[in-house]
Design a protein around this ligand. Structure first.
Ligand code: 13P
Length: 237
């Protein structure tokens, strides 16, 4: 299977710079005949009807589990449909831990978007205090994040992102990623991404780990040239 590469813009880029980024990445994929699956999650304000090659999709970092209604500050599928968005990120640790989304909220969101056939990138990962308790506690914590989540769903990609590795420059050892991905793959026969301080200098070695089907990248994907170089690395993996 060809490796997947996904970029999470988080709260970065404007509407204008997002458009430039997506147009340029799209023509890069086209020109170089790159057929890996590439996903970009811009901010909600930068969503638009992007014309892209079929292997590039643009997704929402978040949306509520409604079509429309009275949910101040949220967007629903009426707003996503306007731009033909059919991909969503669910369960990111910044939403779990900083914004306080519970497993119940996440499950409701997952089931709603599943019922509409969205491609879901579903994130799991343990905080530092759990990692420090050892591998079995880490696995138990991560497996609990699948509570209520239908792993038989056809259109789901799982991303394992240890919270302590996100935006910190720290990554787990190759052995730790290998161990956790192996255990996760036993539970789910789905594409499994690694995320957390992936950068041009460590991408190739991460992609070489068994059961790593691709990466979900924050910080180092916000620079267009770095992202393109990481697409090239992914294509060669
Ligand atoms: P960083 O690549 O900045 O560590 O972020 C990873 C991430 O959270 C992607 O969703």
């Amino acid at each position: 299977m060809k490796k997947i590469i996904a970029s999470n813009f988080k709260t970065n880029h404007t509407r204008k710079s997002t458009k430039e980024f997506i147009v340029n990445v799209n023509s890069f994929l086209n020109k170089n005949n790159i057929d890996n699956e590439v996903i970009i999650f811009p901010t909600a304000t930068a969503l638009d009807e992007f014309v892209t090659v079929s292997n590039l999709s643009v997704g929402a970092q978040n949306a509520y589990y409604v079509k429309n209604g009275s949910f101040t500050g949220e967007i629903g599928t009426e707003q996503l449909d306007e731009f033909g968005i059919k991909t969503i990120l669910i369960g990111h640790s910044e939403r779990r831990h900083n914004i306080g989304e519970s497993q119940k909220d996440i499950t409701l969101k997952y089931n709603y978007y599943k019922s509409l056939g969205y491609k879901i990138v579903y994130c799991v990962g343990e905080p530092l205090e759990v990692k420090e308790q050892g591998i079995s506690q880490t696995l138990e914590y991560v497996f609990n994040q699948f509570d209520g989540i239908d792993l038989e769903y056809d259109n789901v990609i799982i991303a394992y992102e240890p919270v302590w590795a996100i935006g910190t420059g720290l990554t787990p050892s190759i052995e730790d990623i290998e161990t956790i991905h192996k255990k996760l793959k036993k539970k789910l026969q789905k594409p499994l991404l690694y995320g957390g301080s992936v950068k041009p200098t460590n991408l190739a070695e991460i992609l070489a780990i068994p059961n790593v089907d691709g990466t979900l990248i924050g910080t180092s994907s916000w620079n267009e040239e770095d992202f393109k170089s990481m697409i090239t690395t992914t294509n060669k993996a």
